[in-house]
Write a protein that binds this ligand. Structure first.
Ligand SMILES: Nc1nc2c(ncn2[C@@H]2O[C@H](COP(=O)(O)OP(=O)(O)O)[C@@H](O)[C@H]2O)c(=O)[nH]1
Ligand SMILES: [Mg+2]
Length: 340
């Protein structure tokens, strides 16, 4: 998905600046599909040595609830990954791309590492596996309240060879003695190239981390156009915002038995019309999601619509349906249809 306002027309350029633009695009090997912003062009032309651009994949791993998705959102400044106090919210690998003239970092959020119990879990762990394979730098994240030995066993088991940074998260919730102790404990682990303590909710900590990872990246060309900030589609991200509301408003097994499929996404003259199915496993779950007199489904619709409008920067008409698909989490065809 690309940032709004980017298109094929070199907008923002004066006619006499165009030769410079085309020269820069040619020398930077930028295709005509992506006209760089003026700010990018100026920074690019001011840099003396274009061969030393850094680019690479920085993938975030950890147990459920460590704060991985919160961190991805903080690093990219976009809400790409849904966040919840409940475990196992993230089901896909989610890429967030940060590009400047000096570097391009492709961050990947991954599902929390768990022992698979059903087919959907297996797919989730495949998303982790693909991230293990292409990482240039790995971020091993934990909640400082986690059991350190257990986390240590998981991190060791990943058998990564690339530089690894241990991120001790949620330090806003404990005293400084405990933070120091955790830092020393993880610094003694053989896989920890560096140990950083942070609060993923603090943008300043995210910025500090960004600087650290850029220093570790290999030199190379950018993988994605400058204005692309995720590889995911608007449709997918909209579905995730709806799914997040199910995590927010329902307890017990409901969020884990639910997925969302956006089946309609139409640009109308003044708004975007979006139709989505909330898919559950049982009739009883369907009536819980709908609620008395449709109270709950209306609540999901209202809250999700507000967030979608903010995300897309446009008015949205959102229509939700609830569908029962018994055992969809075990069924390859359904899993495929729902994007897993
Ligand atoms: N206090 C505090 N809470 C955090 C921090 N980072 C994440 N959280 C919360 O921890 C929960 C799990 O976060 P999430 O990003 O979904 O974790 P994930 O499962 O690893 O992706 C959410 O309720 C977050 O708001 C942090 O630095 N401090
Ligand atoms: Mg997550």
């Amino acid at each position: 998905m690309r940032r709004q306002g980017s298109n094929l027309r070199p907008s923002g350029y004066e006619p006499d600046e165009l030769p410079l633009l085309y020269f820069a695009m040619w020398s930077a090997n930028i295709g005509c599909q992506s006209i760089p912003s003026k700010q990018f062009l100026i920074s690019y032309l001011c840099l003396t040595d274009h061969s030393h651009v850094k680019a690479g994949y920085v993938n975030i791993f950890g147990k459920p609830n460590a704060g991985k998705s919160t961190l991805l959102n903080a690093l990219t400044g976009e809400k790409l990954a849904i966040v919840s106090p409940k475990v196992q919210t993230t089901r896909h690998r989610i890429k967030g791309i940060v590009t400047t003239p000096e570097y391009q970092v492709i961050f990947s959020d991954t599902p929390g590492i768990i022992e698979p119990k059903y087919k959907l879990h297996e797919k989730m762990m495949q998303a982790v596996k693909s991230s293990l394979e292409d990482a240039d730098v790995a971020l091993l994240m934990l909640d400082i309240w986690d059991n350190w030995e257990e986390v240590d066993a998981i991190f060791s088991g990943l058998r990564l060879k690339v530089p690894r940074i241990v991120l001790i998260n949620k330090i806003d919730t404990v005293g400084s003695d405990r933070v120091r102790e955790a830092k020393e404990w993880f610094a003694a682990r053989p896989y920890a190239k560096q140990v950083m303590t942070m609060s993923a909710r603090n943008p300043e900590d995210a910025r500090r981390l960004l600087e650290t990872v850029v220093a570790l990246l290999p030199e190379g060309d950018a993988f994605f156009p400058e204005d692309e900030f995720t590889d995911l589609s608007e449709r997918f991200l909209v579905g995730e915002l709806i799914r997040e509301k199910v995590f927010d408003f329902f307890e017990d097994e409901i969020p884990y038995h639910t997925t969302v499929l956006v089946h309609e996404f139409k640009q109308k003259s003044t708004l975007i019309k979006i139709g989505a199915n909330i898919i559950v496993q049982r009739e009883t779950q369907k009536s819980i999601i709908i609620g008395e007199g449709g109270k709950m489904i209306r609540k999901i619709g209202t809250e999700a619509r507000k967030e979608i409008e903010q995300f897309l920067g446009q008015k949205v008409f959102l229509e939700l349906f609830v569908k029962v698909r018994p055992k969809w989490r075990e069924n390859d065809l359904f899993l495929k249809e729902y994007g897993y």
